[in-house]
Write a protein that binds this ligand. Structure first.
Ligand code: AP5
Length: 214
């Protein structure tokens, strides 16, 4: 099963993708995570992407589509959850070809419908475990013991440099201008399923499960 999770920054794509990986035999292909790994490793791709991401703009279509192709080949034919990709019409076309080359096609495009102002608060409160990547939020989902990761016990956490209000607003504008316009194409193919992304994590999860299990 190949699924796109589509929605603006903070819509909950990463949260739901990680849950689906834990519960189903799928891989999460997040271009944001791939780019952050490239930055941390100091690769040529990372060097190109760093400043672009810090400004809240989009990295080039060619770079992200190449990353997706590489990771599809490493995923042993498992179904994929595309998280944060595609983000432009060119990326949507590239994904169709990447899947077709491997004898695959999209099953669902799940659109997380959200209120943008609430998302700024969600994103600015977000942090992750520096060790295992578990996701937290200052108020909505803090660790059970303050300062200690629920998953691995680490006491080190980190915040993304692009998780500040000014950059988040820019990322949302990029979503409206470049990503939202790809939805009608998927709608015309009958692939889009809408989910209310403003419910609790469990409510959103249940709505996604109902679509995947239908
Ligand atoms: P990327 O890493 O993809 O970020 P994004 O799309 O901006 O999305 P986020 O990761 O911010 O949010 P999310 O929807 O995953 O929400 P999350 O689950 O974390 O991209 C970053 C940058 O990389 C881009 O700006 C661009 O520069 C570049 N890039 C990446 N892909 C690219 C591409 N394809 N093309 C070009 N450039 C690309 O949740 C957010 C917070 O809310 C968390 O704290 C979570 O705990 C909490 N939360 C989640 N769900 C709920 C809920 N239901 N209720 C309450 N709180 C919740």
């Amino acid at each position: 099963m190949d699924i796109i999770l589509l929605g603006p920054p903070g819509a909950g794509k990463g949260t739901q993708a990680k849950r689906l990986v834990a519960e189903r035999d799928l891989v999460q292909l997040s271009t944001g995570d791939m780019l952050r790994a490239a930055i941390a490793a100091g690769t040529p791709v990372g060097l190109k992407a760093k400043a672009v991401m810090e400004r809240g703009e989009l990295v080039s279509d060619a770079i992200v589509s190449a990353l997706i192709g590489e990771h599809l080949d490493k995923s042993n034919g498992k179904g994929a959850i595309f998280d944060g990709y595609p983000r432009t019409g060119h990326q949507a076309e590239a994904l169709e070809l990447l899947l077709a080359d491997r004898g695959r096609k999209l099953d669902h495009v799940i659109e997380l419908k959200v209120d943008e102002d609430a998302l700024v608060e969600r994103i600015c409160g977000r942090f992750t475990c520096a060790q295992c990547g578990a996701l937290y939020h200052d108020t909505a989902h803090p660790p059970q013991v303050e300062g200690v990761c629920d998953e691995c016990g680490s006491t080190e956490f980190k915040r993304r440099p692009d998780d500040n209000e000014e950059t988040v607003r820019k990322r949302m504008a990029e979503y409206r201008a470049k990503t939202a316009p790809i939805l009608p194409v998927y709608e015309s193919q009958g692939l889009v399923r809408e989910v209310d992304g403003m419910g609790t994590v469990d409510e959103v999860a249940a709505a996604i499960d109902a679509i995947l299990d239908a």
